[in-house]
Design a binder for this molecule. Structure first.
Ligand code: GAP
Length: 447
């Protein structure tokens, strides 16, 4: 559960930045309000053609760093629907709750720890005493809707990794320190969803449960904190927009011995981007005791059994995509004309390359499509023929495409194209035969 920001000043040096981001997201097909044609469904969002590319890139970048490029982390994909016993054992049925108050004047409901005793809707101080409201969504599995068929939509992916701990150890022969990674949808009945996709009721998380010998837990906690910060910086997040905040004792979740957040400077102030928690052996012990199964680890070298401690780096995929959008948004002037540009790292941009035939005339189409087909196996490409070339460059800048490849009438003669860089707007002529190598070296990719 992330903590509401209550005491931060509104920091929005770039004026209406958030409005611009929300409008860009809708206008260019990143994020749409869900069920919009029916008036919208509060707090749920649909990802459009560009948003789905970018969200996928965020998840791929995470998976590459956390699983593919390590030999101590393996992935799983566990079920979203789960039986009550999982959440009884994990403590979520009892503890995964926020304090809820009603305003007696206007009857709005609020999360008590985010409003400081005054109804944000009508200003009344006549509020009910807070009562705990469980954030898990329940449903019924099967045709009979009674108490025996209750199932829950997972509010975190973590439990899927704990209940599969023995399966993973047996099938992979991994030994602590090692981790299990998962990306997936989770559901929380947030009392006050807000700030676009920052806090929604349905969202995607990326989590690692990293199992370690108990004595090593503090060292691995520090390791993951710095490793995760490095990941954001490597993907172009400015250093000054990220900070570390250690949780006070009374803020800790029911399972945590220590937690630190990586916070991002959102337009309304600092907010949680990722949590790194020392979950101790709480979850494995709880599930072992509730299920009667062995979930401790037998170390054949020392002949000892122990419950590993768990260090958990957990972040929202959707929330971090929004942070990358905010951090990369810029406005400048090119040739006296204002432009807005997303200075996204090429690994996150919805399109890496746009192939643009200078004219709509059919004479350029064959060659332009030949160039497109050459690039598509290695890069996510857009193919755009409408409007003037200047307007098309601006459109690609606005959605963060790092490179535009223009096919012109000279290309028919010299089999060369122009490559334009989004940030510098510098253009260079490149032979089509060397285009993959040129873009590959700009992308530092091994494709
Ligand atoms: N297993 C640990 C866990 O779930 P969390 O801090 O509750 O931790 C992880 O959630 C991350 O998910 C947060 O750091 C935040 O980035 C994101 N997140 C949390 N609640 C969210 C919500 N309602 N909407 C969007 N993202 C959310």
């Amino acid at each position: 559960m992330d903590h509401p920001v209550v005491d931060e000043p509104r920091i929005d040096e770039r004026g209406d930045l958030m409005e611009k981001i929300v409008s860009l997201c809708k206008r260019r097909g990143f994020v749409f309000q869900s069920a919009e044609i029916y008036g919208g469904f509060r707090s749920t969002y649909d990802y459009g053609p560009l948003g789905v590319n970018m969200l996928r890139n965020v998840k791929d970048a995470w998976w590459r760093a956390m699983v593919q490029q390590r030999d101590d982390v393996v992935g799983i994909d566990a079920a979203i629907l789960s039986p009550p016993r999982v959440w009884e054992a994990s403590g979520h049925l009892q503890n995964f709750a926020d304090p809820l108050v009603d305003c007696r004047s206007c009857h709005e409901r609020w999360r008590a720890d985010s409003i400081e005793g005054v109804c944000p809707n009508c200003g009344s101080e006549d509020l009910t005493t807070p009562r705990m409201f469980n954030l898990m969504f329940s449903t019924h599995a099967g045709p009979v809707a009674d108490d025996s068929s209750i199932a829950y939509l997972r509010p975190e992916t973590a439990q899927g990794m704990f209940i599969n701990f023995a399966n993973v150890v047996t099938t992979t022969r991994k030994k602590p320190p090692f981790g299990i990674a998962q990306i997936g949808k989770v559901f929380r009945n947030e009392i006050t969803p807000q700030n676009f996709v920052f806090r929604t009721r349905e969202f995607e998380v990326m989590e690692v449960e990293y199992f370690v010998p108990p004595a090593e837990a503090p060292t691995w906690f520090d390791y993951w904190l710095s490793e995760r910060r490095r990941w954001f910086l490597d993907l172009g997040m400015p250093e000054e927009m990220i900070r570390v905040r250690h949780h006070e004792r009374e803020e800790l979740s029911h399972y945590s011995a220590a937690t630190a957040d990586l916070e991002f400077l959102f337009p309304w102030g600092w907010g949680e981007l990722e949590g790194i928690a020392n979950r101790t052996d709480y979850d494995l012990r709880a599930h072992a005791s509730a299920s009667g199964e062995r979930l401790d680890y037998f170390d054949p070298q020392t002949n000892e059994r122990y419950f590993p401690y768990v260090i958990e780096p957990a972040l929202g995929a959707t929330r971090s995509m929004m942070a990358f959008l905010i951090a990369s948004y810029d406005e400048d002037e090119i040739g006296g004309e204002k432009r807005s540009v997303l200075r996204l790292d090429h690994r996150l941009a919805p399109y890496q390359v746009a192939v643009l035939p200078l004219s709509k005339k059919e004479t350029l189409d064959d060659l332009a499509r030949e160039v497109l087909r050459k690039l598509q196996p290695c890069f996510v490409c857009d193919y755009d023929t409408t409007q003037s070339i200047g307007k098309r460059y601006r459109r690609q800048d606005e959605v963060g495409t790092p490179w535009c490849v223009t096919v012109d009438f000279d290309s028919l003669e010299d089999r060369a194209v122009t490559v334009r860089d989004r940030d510098t707007t510098k253009q260079v002529r490149v032979p089509i035969s060397g285009l993959l190598a040129e873009l590959g070296s700009r992308a530092r990719s091994g494709c």
